[in-house]
Design a protein. Sequence first.
Length: 234
Amino acid sequence: MRLSTPAALDASQQIVVVVTPNWTSTTGTIQRFERATTSADWTPIGSSAPVVVGRTGIAWGAGFDDISRDGPHKHEGDGKAPAGIFPLDTAFGFAPRDSMQAVKLPYVQLLPTTDCVDDTASAHYNTVVDKSIVPSVDWNSAEHMREVAQYKIGVIVGYNAAPPVKGRGSCIFLHIWAGPDSHTAGCTAFDEAKLRDMMMWLDQAKRPLLVQLTANDYASLQGRWKLPALERTN
């Protein structure tokens, strides 16, 4: 389901926090937090690490248009990663499932026929599908995921889902970066080893979420959303 309110945080025991300096920044930091129960305090897991985001920064995602009057709003093809709170519900990678037994999220092996559909006219818009088994291939545009080296491992961000709002953005992932000076089309990317460690840590039973905001919005929403204090960086 689309989680369009911060109430999702109340039921979560794992969050991944991404903060960028401002709306147009293409870099930021990522930090993990966990708590033993939904009423306990958040505890940091490891230290923060650098990430890259969309080539034009970030923007409020679908479901978060009313959070603030400030900042842009995400649309298909704008090169922005979504800001807000979103579930981390499925892992993916090139390896077969039987070699990824440590993954505690549902896992999808990427095949040559795996597409993520970004065609807004398709009934499969913003879904990862195997085009060899769908009844009808009704799209003219999609990411052929097995052909993207940075998708060797990754996590699907449950953004704009069930049902998706046409044109508000699609195919949002956490995936391997091409380096600290790179950027993405709207995903969040970082070091492969850190991503693998995170992917093994994420646990479906703990309802993990991505919280992605600018530094100013994180500071202004921290109390209202009961977000943890972040590691200070120079």
